[in-house]
Design a protein around this ligand. Sequence first.
Ligand code: NAD
Length: 356
Amino acid sequence: MRVIVTGGAGFIGSALVRHLVLDKGYDVLTVDALTYAGCEASLKAVEGERTHRFVKADIRDRAAMDAALAGFAPDRIMHLAAESHVDRSITGAADFIDTNVMGTFTLLEAARGYWEGLEGDAKASFRFLHVSTDEVYGSLGDEGLFEETTPYDPSSPYSASKAASDHLAKAWQRTYGLPVVVSNCSNNYGPYHFPEKLIPLAILNALAGRTLPVYGQGENVRDWLYVDDHARALDLIAERGRVGETYNVGGRNERRNIDVVRRVCTVLDELAPANDPRESLIEFVADRPGHDARYAIDASKLEGELGWRPQETFDTGIEKTVRWYLDNEWWWRPLRDRYDGERLGLAAANGDKAPE
Ligand code: NAD
């Protein structure tokens, strides 16, 4: 099995590459432009594996995508490359439109050209898995779950750009017959997570005795999934998912943000005791504009049709994650030196100019 993983130097992409190379024994080509969020060190576990190759390339570069496809001759493309941070999309949407929309368009066109040149079994079994988010569905009230049929209603520039890319991927299946499958997953957490996102930021700030910013009153609810469970789901969907279908991925682990941060504090206090309980560092800050109230995934299609089950509960996953950050300063220290956790996503920048 030969798989191209775009965005494989990112958080979820690198978990997927480790799973495909080390657990599944696949040949993998990681295609990644190494933006601020990409990190070759996240692929250390597959360094030296003859079944893994890395190419630094941008999904917006058609010639580079054509060359990667022709040179590697994949059976599958798993497309994760994206700008992924909601707060950054609020202050600078242009990169999100460029990469998530135009980049996905360019990759779909390159994939179509490659796939149309295949024959027989190779053509019939080829798959393009487009990896997306539950944020495309917008916000839930206190009740209900996102299903695959829930209408799209994105709130942020990030989720709007992902929604656009989902529509493109589905249209390339319906119009050109490209064998596309789409997955929409809830919030992930785990090792190698860039420390701008809630959980790694909370862990590293708490470890440093710095304040733990929680947006609004911390009442927003997310449905958390351990990243390795997502990686296993993606492999399963690429393997057995039906062409043209969407699969929701989620761990039935709804938590309010404030409870997530409190749990991080409790686990850190147990594993690396400090003088004062870390909860005393929590500080409520101005809410994110357009902050969706609640996300929750109904994953019964993935569970029923493909037999997927998450292996981690929120408590086991959080403990693993906190331990990993305690043991792997070599990975996060250089990133933390580059991005120190300053607040993003509040300024109303116009046309991506620096706010005055
Ligand atoms: P990430 O920001 O950690 O990684 C993104 C990777 O894509 C980085 O390695 C970056 O260098 C690369 N990249 C960005 N622009 C590129 C370009 N133009 N060309 C090539 N590579 C480029 O993101 P993540 O959290 O790992 O998310 C991966 C995918 O999963 C995204 O598509 C995201 O929308 C989706 N997703 C994320 C979550 C989550 O909770 N993090 C949940 C559901 C879905």
